[in-house]
Design a protein around this ligand. Structure first.
Ligand code: FES
Length: 132
């Protein structure tokens, strides 16, 4: 685990981008209270994904209908607009192996930590753990 800073140093609803152990990590303190951390690298062509827009997306819907949802839960790449769900790191409603590299975040004693250890089978890379 690597300590990144105190909770109050992270704005709500926006990414804070940090250089950590030789890589760039974007940490999101979401408005719903959850924390997310991603490698700042889009798997499509390598854009700094965490500088993209946090938004919603169009939902699967009936022909002729247009439904919007997942507001503030979708990260849109600043280069070509591919979208990723911040909860899973995967593309929403799209069959794709493309996925953001997500790291577990632990908040303990008011300090935000990120786990940069390599992925293991059954790991918790898509979860965040919050302890106070
Ligand atoms: S580099 Fe991100 S969508 Fe192309």
């Amino acid at each position: 685990m690597v300590a990144l800073g105190r909770v109050e140093e992270f704005p709500v609803g926006a990414f804070r981008i940090l250089a950590v152990s030789g890589r760039e990590i974007g940490v999101l303190r979401a408005a719903d209270g959850r924390w997310h951390a991603f490698r700042n690298w889009c798997p499509h062509r390598g854009a700094p994904i965490c500088r993209g827009k946090l938004t919603g997306t169009t939902l699967p819907s009936a022909p002729g209908a247009l439904a919007w949802g997942l507001e503030a839960s979708v990260l849109r790449c600043p280069w070509h607009g591919y979208e990723f769900d911040v909860a899973s790191g995967r593309r929403p409603f799209v069959e794709s192996r493309m996925q953001l590299r997500k790291y577990p975040v632990v908040v303990e004693g008011g300090v935000v930590h990120v786990d940069l250890s390599p992925r293991r089978s059954g790991d918790r890379s898509h979860e965040e753990v919050q302890r106070s």
